[in-house]
Design a protein around this ligand. Structure first.
Ligand code: SF4
Length: 360
């Protein structure tokens, strides 16, 4: 994009800003993280919102903040407990980074998040979006906070048909917002939050945008050209790799075996059901596989198939329930109650946990 086009965009956004912030002031939704706002509340909510819609986040947010009301509380909590309170949100590395960030802040920043974007971006788990959100929303620093919602709104507003996955498209969105904020005519906090709100409500990703209610209805290029449902353009990502797995539900004396996953790889450091690579096709073969490994099952039953989709790969799982007389070495055995209440089981294993709970 040339200099002239960049300037045109900056001017257009500058002119559009007051309508957006006025709309936001009148239509702002109430959320717990907006009440008596603190940087910690913004960080936790924005980290959760990167992966889940607001309606779904509310209950997780309340539960998490009740357990860890301050950065210091989060820093001092056992990691397994933090994971348990993140259960259901997925992307456990985000929770782990949030805890690491809390530990650094407890040790080096008097238990508070630093105030500037430059310092925030150096903390674990804070990328340009979350550092920008904390710095602008809490300290009115003139920095952008560009996520998928903001990219969509800008692609429509400017009628930009380029691929929003391209790094230069994101960078240009950040640059134009920064230029508008640095002009000093609009509050960074108000403008950034208003843009996010527009992308979460009227200019949402699914369904037809509600242009008739939008403060930019008369000045939005995509709407003027009838292209609002065609934008943004997003190229297809690389195909996800499929991995075949066999999940083992070992039961001994009514207790269930859990395995702490290694500290590297997928779902690292979390508890899950024991798993081996590849598909074991039937219960008879499963029985043989276990005996070959020195495990003598009393009985082996098929326990269904399940699929879990991660961002870049899919697990196609085949489950077997194997009752044993003695615990299989190397695993922790827990009661059904402990499994439900004390262990953060990643959603990849949820189908098998639910089948166990339902007695199937
Ligand atoms: S007019 Fe429609 S497409 Fe344009 S920003 Fe508003 S809601 Fe989105």
């Amino acid at each position: 994009m040339g200099e002239t086009q960049r300037n045109d965009r900056r001017r257009a956004l500058l002119i559009a800003a007051p309508r957006l912030t006025a709309w936001f002031a009148a239509n702002r939704r109430a959320f717990p993280w907006r009440e008596s706002r603190t940087p910690y509340k913004v960080l936790v909510s924005e980290t959760m919102l990167q992966q889940t819609r607001i309606e779904a986040v509310l209950k997780y947010y309340e539960r998490f903040m009740k357990a860890f009301p301050t950065l210091r509380a989060l820093a001092g909590a056992p990691e397994d407990l933090v994971m348990k309170h993140w259960e259901g949100l997925g992307y456990y590395s985000r929770a782990r980074n949030l805890k690491k960030c809390a530990e650094i802040c407890a040790e080096h920043h008097d238990g508070k998040l630093p105030e500037t974007y430059a310092e925030l971006i150096r903390l674990p788990g804070l990328g340009p979006y979350s550092a920008g959100a904390v710095a602008s929303l809490c300290h009115d620093e003139a920095v952008p906070a560009v996520d998928g919602n903001v990219l969509r709104v800008l692609a429509r507003f400017f009628g930009d048909a380029r691929d929003v996955r391209l790094p230069e498209v994101r960078k240009e969105a950040e640059d134009v917002i920064r230029a508008v904020l640095e002009d000093g005519l609009v509050s960074p906090s108000l403008f950034n939050e208003a843009l996010m709100e527009l992308g979460e409500t009227l200019c949402a990703p699914k369904g037809k945008p509600q242009c008739e209610c939008c403060p930019w209805e008369k000045i939005c290029r995509a709407h003027a050209e009838g292209r609002e449902e065609k934008l943004p353009y997003r190229s297809a990502g690389a195909a996800r790799a499929v991995e075949e797995k066999t999940v083992w539900i070992f039961i001994c004396g009514g207790r269930i075996a859990l395995e702490k996953r290694p500290n590297t790889g997928m779902l690292r450091g979390l508890y899950g059901f024991p798993m081996t690579e590849g598909t074991v096709p039937d219960a008879e073969t499963a029985d043989t596989v276990l005996r070959d490994r020195g495990i003598a099952p009393l009985r082996v039953l098929p326990f269904g198939i399940a699929k879990h989709v991660f961002t870049h790969k899919e697990w196609h799982m085949t489950g077997y329930l194997a009752e044993t007389e003695k615990p299989v070495p190397g695993f922790s055995y827990v009661t059904a109650g402990e499994l439900a209440n004390s262990y953060a089981l990643p959603s990849a294993f949820r189908a098998y946990r639910d089948r166990l709970a339902a007695g199937r």
